[in-house]
Design a protein around this ligand. Structure first.
Ligand SMILES: Cc1cc2nc3c(=O)[nH]c(=O)nc-3n(C[C@H](O)[C@H](O)[C@H](O)COP(=O)(O)O)c2cc1C
Length: 228
């Protein structure tokens, strides 16, 4: 995979503190805000992004270089303690069918009464999108950082991945169905003990532009705290 070294977006000034500072240490600035540039394109992308139905994710999928960009951006999210409590498993090309066949065999074994028509449903599922990224949460229970913080970091990685894909013109659909929820199925995909699938993020070129879905109003989700 290619290296991802990029300048700061829109030429934004990057402040590198001479002395790293944290709680209780003197800040490496004098309180004057640095000049910044706004990124209207980024705001427009965030405002327009939405998931695509799986049936609308078509070839071509992201190239290897594009996947490197998408995954590199997904890997630069807030991460308390720098524990990297997530990782990615790629399902692409012919491996999708092979993975789907193994999942189907397990699903048939778990569901002996499954109608024959559903016998290859997971192969069909994985073949729909050109590329699927399995987002794996892997919190370290022995770490001092709360496990919840580590799990939230995996969610942030998923959102960054979806956003980066959108910026490159790819549609995404984040699903968590049986192959991600069943430990035996997840193990077939290489998910280990102590790990948990946070989602299957399917990627492909959009074949349609679905209208937006209702979004919560800010009145529903925002309160301003005041002392009583
Ligand atoms: C962790 C997670 C798992 C999800 N799993 C499913 C799923 O199994 N089935 C489903 O229909 N939607 C699922 N969704 C929701 C889809 O991603 C949905 O298309 C999306 O929330 C639409 O929102 P958007 O238009 O803002 O992208 C899941 C979302 C998340 C964050």
């Amino acid at each position: 995979m290619t290296d991802l070294s990029r300048p700061a977006p829109h030429g934004a000034a990057v402040a590198t503190p001479a002395v790293p500072h944290g709680h209780g240490q003197a800040p490496a600035h004098d309180g004057t805000p640095l000049p910044v540039s706004v990124a209207p394109e980024a705001l427009a992308l965030l405002a327009a992004r939405r998931s695509l139905p799986l049936r609308s994710l078509v070839d071509p999928g992201p190239s290897e270089a594009e996947l490197t960009t998408i995954l590199s951006l997904a890997a630069r999210v807030p991460d308390h303690g720098r524990l990297v409590p997530w990782r990615f498993i790629l399902l692409q090309g012919d491996a999708r069918a092979a993975a789907g066949d193994r999942l189907d065999a397990l699903y048939r074994a778990q569901n002996p009464d499954l109608p024959p028509a559903k016998g290859d449903m997971w192969r069909t599922y994985l073949m729909r999108a050109p590329v699927t990224v399995v987002l794996v949460s892997r919190p370290d229970p022995a770490a001092k950082v709360p496990e919840f913080n580590q799990i939230l970091s995996a969610g942030a990685a998923g959102m960054a991945l979806v956003t980066a894909a959108a910026a490159l013109g790819y549609g995404a659909q984040w699903l968590l169905k049986w192959p991600g929820r069943d430990p035996q199925a997840a193990a077939l995909l290489g998910v280990g003990a102590g790990e948990r699938v946070a989602g299957f993020i399917h990627l492909g070129r959009p074949a349609e532009r679905p209208s937006d879905r209702p979004r919560p109003s800010l009145e529903q989700v925002v309160t301003v705290w005041t002392p009583d």
